[in-house]
Every structure is written in C-alpha cells, then in structure tokens.
Design a protein around this ligand. Structure first.
Ligand SMILES: Cc1cc2nc3c(=O)[nH]c(=O)nc-3n(C[C@H](O)[C@H](O)[C@H](O)COP(=O)(O)OP(=O)(O)OC[C@H]3O[C@@H](n4cnc5c(N)ncnc54)[C@H](O)[C@@H]3O)c2cc1C
Length: 354
C-alpha cells in the first residue's frame, strides 16, 4: 500500500506552487505527515519480524530451546501479531485516502488489500486477547523481579515508585527541564533526540505502567474472586501497558538493525527514520508523559516541532528510495497508478500545446 501511495504522491500534482507550476502531493507537509511516519513504522515492523524469525529459528532448530526462550518467543509473537495487523489496516486505509478517488478504484488494489487483511486482527488470536497474554507475562516478570514477592518487599518497591511519581506529578522534574531548556527548542529537542533518552522514555513508560497495575492488583492478596475482579477492573490499563511494551520491542528492533548497517548515508537516513518512529510514539503518548511529569511542556512541544521542521523535510527526498527498498516487483504490486498519472499529465500538456 505504501509502495502504491508514495509513488502516486510523487506523480500526482495538485494546485500551483511558488513558480506557478503544480506541486506534487508529497511536497505538501500534511501529506508527508500522513505517509512518512507510516514508512518509519513499517521499517520498525520489518526489523521486528526479522528478529522474531531469528528467535523462532533459535528455538525450533534446538540451538536454544528452553522453557524461557519458548516463553519469550510466545510473548514477542503475540505482541508483534497484534501491532503488525493493526498497523497494516491503519496503513492501508491512510494510503487509500492518500490516493484520493483513484485509491477507491478496485484496479488500484488498496480496497482489496484492506479487505484481505481485515480478518488478521481477529484470527490466529484476537489482538486484544493477544495483548492480554503479553500483559500477563509482564506482570509475571515483574513479580519475578523480586526474589520473594512478599508484601513487604513489594510495598517498599512500590513506595519508591509512588515517591518518584509524586515528585513527577508535582512537576519537579518537569520544572527542572523547563528551566534548563528555557527559550531553546534546540536544547529541549537535544534531550529527546538522543537515542539513549528515547529508549529511556519508552522503557520508563512500560515499567511505570506495569508497576502501577501490579500495585493495584496486589490489593487482592490471595482472594481469588477479588483477584479476578481487580484484573478486570484494570484490564484496559493492562492492554495499554502491553501495547507500550510491543512498541518498545519494535523501537529496539529498529535500533539494533541500525547497528548492522555499514553504508554511512544509509545509517544517516535510517537513523532519521528510526527517530521519526520514536518521536511519533512519544508524540502519540504525550498526555501520559505530561501527566506523569516525564516531559516538560517545552520538551513535549519540541517533539512535534522536530518532526515537522526537521525529520519530515529531511526524509521527503528519500521517500521513493525508502519504498524501493521494499523490493516489490510489479507482478506483486499489480497497479500502474503512478505511471498512469504521469502519462495522463503528459497527454494533457500535449493537448494544451496543440
Ligand atoms: C476467516 C476466519 C478463519 C478462521 N480460521 C480458523 C482456523 O483455521 N482454525 C481455528 O482454530 N480458528 C479459526 N478462526 C477462528 C478465530 O481464531 C477466532 O475467530 C478468533 O480467535 C476470535 O475468537 P471468536 O471469534 O470466538 O471471538 P470472541 O472471542 O467472541 O471475541 C469477540 C470480541 O470480544 C473480545 N473479547 C473476547 N474475549 C475477551 C476478553 N477476555 N477480554 C476482553 N475482550 C474479549 C475480542 O477482543 C473480540 O473483539 C477463523 C476465524 C475467521 C474469521
């Protein structure tokens, strides 16, 4: 779908630009905003799937087949299945709209691709149910983190968390950020641009969400009815935590893949693309980061500013190369939408000249 929509956006022209000639759709910032983050997310998905295949091979070839590696494989499969299928539907729909009326024509395949993929969010395990499996594993790991998860130890840990949250809620960390960054978007963005800080922000969100839910579930003690009741009470939070974990796995897979690339220009462009994926995740969850005092208002604003004024313009010239790298042959894409549009424009110019 991205292959079709990006190529069309480079061929289709709408409205006159500065010099009077019509500009391509992908020259419009809104169009870049709609498609480039989807390319970033698709790359993150591809790298995650590769890691999943490697993990699958390690377990099923017997290279490292233990209860723990099987359990890891199950968790990563469930997380990737849910996010990949939701992302795929989302991406196809956006690409369909990005191609305007042409996108709705069956011959250009987008409506058909969406219809084919629709059921993937349900079969092989409904996505919400898959994410519950991931959340249960997160809670188990959390409990294991304490050698003996007796109330005393857990309470102490949670007290630490609550203390930290209280400070964050009070805005102390946020306040310190505002003072340091005062008046400087560059400084504010410098903090989150850093790979380590992106990782820290994404990881911290998962840890804090899981710790907070575990703390609430702990109130049930050994009462089974109460446990079930509380589990259901916090089910939505659990699924959100699992989703945040899946997003983190994908960001990590993208970041690990960057370390394997040798060509300097490719590293530079794919690092921008990874940053776009990371920044988009932070932007989507800004309310959480602000409510929990993890980002100051200035840093939150700087994230959107950096996407719009740096990452999108930097990536725009590489959009075609980025979809070329999907290596989809014409017999798989099976539409000549972009080429037809170019020919239509050439014919139109010929008509005007005559
Ligand atoms: C085209 C197609 C092909 C299929 N092929 C196969 C096959 O070859 N082999 C096979 O075994 N199965 C197959 N299935 C079945 C498929 O795996 C199930 O449809 C799927 O697991 C969802 O189960 P369900 O239909 O019972 O939905 P339900 O479990 O009834 O779910 C309905 C809705 O309720 C929600 N829900 C369910 N339980 C919970 C819960 N505990 N908490 C919160 N929300 C919940 C779900 O998120 C979902 O949105 C196929 C299904 C389809 C549509």
């Amino acid at each position: 779908a991205l292959d079709i929509a990006v190529r069309y956006s480079l061929a289709r022209r709408q409205f006159a630009g500065k010099d009077g000639s019509e500009v391509t759709l992908l020259d419009y910032q809104r169009h870049q905003r709609r498609l480039l983050p989807l390319i970033a997310r698709t790359y993150a998905q591809i790298f995650t799937h590769q890691e999943l295949l490697n993990q699958f091979h390690t377990v099923f070839s017997g290279e490292n087949d233990t209860e723990e590696t099987r359990s890891d494989l199950e968790t990563v499969s469930a997380a990737s299945k849910a996010l990949s299928t939701w992302y795929a539907l989302d991406t196809i729909q956006e690409c369909r709209e990005a191609c305007g009326g042409q996108g709705f024509m069956a011959q250009h395949r987008l409506t058909g691709l969406r219809a084919d993929l629709d059921v993937y969010v349900t079969f092989e395990g409904d996505n919400n149910v898959m994410l519950q499996l991931v959340a249960k594993r997160l809670l188990t790991d959390y409990a294991k983190a304490f050698k003996s998860p007796d109330f005393g130890t857990l309470a102490q840990y949670v007290a630490g968390q609550v203390g930290e949250t209280a400070i964050n809620r009070g805005g102390l960390r946020g306040l310190a950020q505002s003072i340091t960054d005062f008046g400087s978007t560059a400084r504010a963005v410098g903090y989150v641009k850093d790979e380590e800080h992106q990782h820290q922000l994404l990881t911290d969100r998962v840890h804090t969400m899981v710790a907070s839910i575990a703390n609430k579930l702990k109130a049930a003690g050994s009462d089974k009815d109460k446990q079930a009741e509380l589990f259901n009470r916090y089910q939505n939070d659990l699924i959100n935590a699992a989703r945040a974990h899946a997003e983190l796995i994908m960001w990590e897979a993208f970041t690990s893949a960057l370390k394997t690339i040798k060509d300097g220009d490719s590293i530079k462009i794919l690092t921008w693309l990874r940053d776009l994926y990371g920044f988009t995740l932070l932007e989507e969850n800004l309310s959480w980061y602000l409510i929990n005092g993890r980002l100051s208002g200035a840093r939150a604003e700087a994230i959107t500013e950096y996407i719009d004024s740096r990452l999108l313009p930097r990536l725009r010239p590489h959009a075609e190369n980025l979809v070329d790298a999907f290596l989809l042959p014409p017999e798989l894409v099976r539409t000549t939408l972009a080429q037809d549009e170019r020919e239509r424009q050439l014919n139109r110019q010929t008509l005007v000249r005559n």
